[in-house]
Design a protein around this ligand. Sequence first.
Ligand SMILES: Nc1nc2c(ncn2[C@@H]2O[C@H](COP(=O)(O)OP(=O)(O)OP(=O)(O)O)[C@@H](O)[C@H]2O)c(=O)[nH]1
Ligand SMILES: [Mg+2]
Length: 222
Amino acid sequence: MEKFKVLEIKESVFADNNRQADLLREELKQKQIFLLNLMSSPGAGKTTTLTKTIAKLQEELRIGIMEADIDSDVDARTISETGAKVIQLHTGGMCHLDAEMTRQGLEGLEADELDLVILENVGNLVCPAEFDTGAAKNAMILSVPEGDDKPLKYPLMFSVADVLLINKIDTLELFDFDIKACTERARKINPKIKVIPISAKTGEGMEEWVDWLRSAVRDAVH
Ligand SMILES: Nc1nc2c(ncn2[C@@H]2O[C@H](COP(=O)(O)OP(=O)(O)OP(=O)(O)O)[C@@H](O)[C@H]2O)c(=O)[nH]1
Ligand SMILES: [Mg+2]
């Protein structure tokens, strides 16, 4: 038997997503559950970063992961090996999650006893940025092979992110990726964005990221 549930989430019936997102955010705050929405293009390293993040935090926080995909359970299978609670959400072709879909996921996950829930959103740099999920914070990953011009091409994603992880820095030698230029471009769109270069593969930068996340969870709860 699988160690995780697969849930077909239904298209939202609410017209006003921002209101649903605010309601969900407030409810989660009351329940002291910190929800992080993790976004990136396909293959930037969301699942790899999550497995390493779980390993560093699972002794101190009760963690649950919601893996959203159009139609596969590859990522939930990977996460289930970490021992964290996980659910696979199928969006039925939709390239994003909104607040009501996120709520369905949280109910399926039975998140009430958890401290930290991370939503791995559908891999896409456009649609997920357009829908508030009700998360306390938004994180995004841009990986080195994608190029340092992405803040110029997908500004909305950079404008909604609280933290930008520049992943795969172990490959910097192979690509013309200028971390400083990328950071400046991202900050021009979003002056408050926190930028953390990491390699989910080698572990470089992961401490700084985990410290950021730990503080964000603590600040939200206290
Ligand atoms: N070199 C290197 N490869 C990495 C790093 N992080 C992830 N990868 C590789 O990048 C590929 C995609 O990683 P995933 O973690 O599956 O990416 P994802 O964003 O979850 O992908 P989707 O869920 O399909 O959108 C895998 O082959 C990983 O091993 C890294 O820091 N360095
Ligand atoms: Mg993934």
